[in-house]
Design a protein around this ligand. Structure first.
Ligand SMILES: Cc1ncc(COP(=O)(O)O)c(C=O)c1O
Length: 411
């Protein structure tokens, strides 16, 4: 039971607010949120000339002084909210980042208030079951069947990193063979792929940028020719990285054909679907993304395709044992937490303590159901189709036919 607040000279009880104090704080935060959300349509999409430091920025510094919540929120609006990019503004022609839906923010709030330890099943079976359900839903949506696994990450870059680490581990790439190991990607691959290779010690492997076709998709014949050439020269092709919605133009590589090639040559097949993956909730997306179910690993970003606030990626690996083998570890102090027949997120990722990030995805999906997300994504596809026709009719050059909702054009 909580003891009454004594008049402690050290303010020892100040961090444990009473219900009344909590309500006062919460009302102010809620008013601030309402004002922000209710004015989104008229807010600037980008705040120019807000990047230079100002004298006001000394307020960022932490010292012994206390500030009122009013002053803190006033400063937060002035020097954080009203600076830089505003992806949820009505004027933002955002082609990839989502605006951040409110119900997801509420999920984050509950996750932080309840502070469940989502890294280990033993510590929070409920949080882990929730995360497992989300991975299961996303995997089934991609067309995976039993035996797959995954992890909720902070975003696409970390999900790519973990996927590539899993590929490296499964294919036994080490210092002894790295210089003869070959990765195949294109100039459309997201830079987080190359960054990931650098972080996992594969900087010195051979990276082949395969030519693109007229629609910015990997040239299948170019890839096959290169693989054959590499094999003949005693090199080891080990990884193909495909796009399922490239960042520049939204291009989707021919996934089915890439899977066939990867199987034939015993290569790990990774699909970066950070932006495009959740279009599997639409009929057009399902048609365009055929073959994604054949990938050894796939990554998606709910903070893109499901409109959630920044900070959420999904990694899927077709065979969960490959993911576990690349990430699990043991320690004396973790013995109590080990459970048979149940992986914990900590067994499948570099994280031990982690944000209970399942709730920010689970709450909106439970509250509104998946169909609302497919409706929203369908609307984006319709808008793109409309824009494509209009741009062409008024004489713009559309760089390539849009596969999904990204459309690149110039005058
Ligand atoms: C295709 C693609 N892959 C990966 C990423 C990296 O994702 P994140 O920014 O969530 O780390 C992005 C980000 O824009 C992307 O568009």
């Amino acid at each position: 039971m909580k003891s009454p607040k004594p008049n402690s000279p050290n303010n020892l009880f100040e961090l444990e607010e009473s219900a009344t104090e909590r309500n006062v704080l919460f009302d102010k935060i809620q008013n601030f949120s309402d004002e922000f959300l209710d004015s989104l349509t008229t807010q600037k999409a980008f705040h120019h000339e807000t990047h230079a430091a100002t004298e006001r920025d000394s307020f960022f510094e932490i010292d012994k002084d206390k500030e009122s919540l009013e002053d803190i929120l006033g400063f937060f609006k002035e020097r954080v909210v009203d600076t830089g990019l505003n992806p949820a503004s009505g004027g933002h022609l955002g082609y990839i980042p989502g605006g951040g839906i409110y119900s997801s923010a509420l999920g984050d709030y509950l996750a932080a208030v309840t502070n469940r330890y989502a890294g280990v099943f033993y510590a929070s079976p409920g949080a882990v079951r929730m995360e497992d359900a989300l991975i299961n839903w996303t995997g089934k949506l991609m067309g995976y069947s039993d035996g797959f696994g995954g992890n909720l990450t902070s975003g696409g870059s970390i999900a790519n990193l973990m996927a590539l680490h899993t590929a490296k581990h499964h294919k036994n790439i080490s210092i002894s063979n790295v210089s003869k190991s070959v990765v195949y990607c294109t100039s459309q691959s997201h830079h987080s792929i190359i960054k990931a290779l650098k972080i996992i010690g594969l900087e010195t492997c051979i990276i082949r940028e395969i030519p693109l076709d007229a629609n910015f998709r990997i040239s299948v014949s170019g890839l096959e020719t290169q693989i054959k050439h590499d094999e003949q020269h005693d090199l080891t092709p080990f990884l193909i990285v495909a796009n399922a919605g490239s960042t520049d133009v939204g291009a989707i590589d021919p996934l089915k054909k890439l899977s066939t090639i990867s199987k034939k040559h015993n290569i790990w097949f990774h699909v970066d679907a950070a932006y495009g993956g959740f279009f599997m909730l639409t009929d057009l997306g399902k048609k365009r993304l055929k073959g994604i179910e054949l990938a050894d690993s796939v990554i998606l970003d709910p903070h893109k395709g499901l409109f959630m606030p920044y900070g959420l990626g999904v990694l899927l690996v077709k065979n969960i044992e490959h993911l576990a083998a690349a990430h699990s570890y043991s320690a004396n102090y973790m013995r109590d937490a080990e459970m048979e027949n149940q992986y914990s997120p900590a067994d499948l990722s570099p994280e031990l303590s982690k944000h209970f990030r399942g709730l920010r995805m689970w709450l909106p999906l439970k509250l509104y159901g998946e169909s609302v997300f497919s409706n929203y994504l369908n609307e984006k596809l319709q808008l793109t189709g409309y824009l494509y026709k209009e741009l062409k009719s008024i004489g713009y050059k559309v760089i390539c036919e849009p596969d999904l909702s990204v459309i690149a054009f110039r005058l």
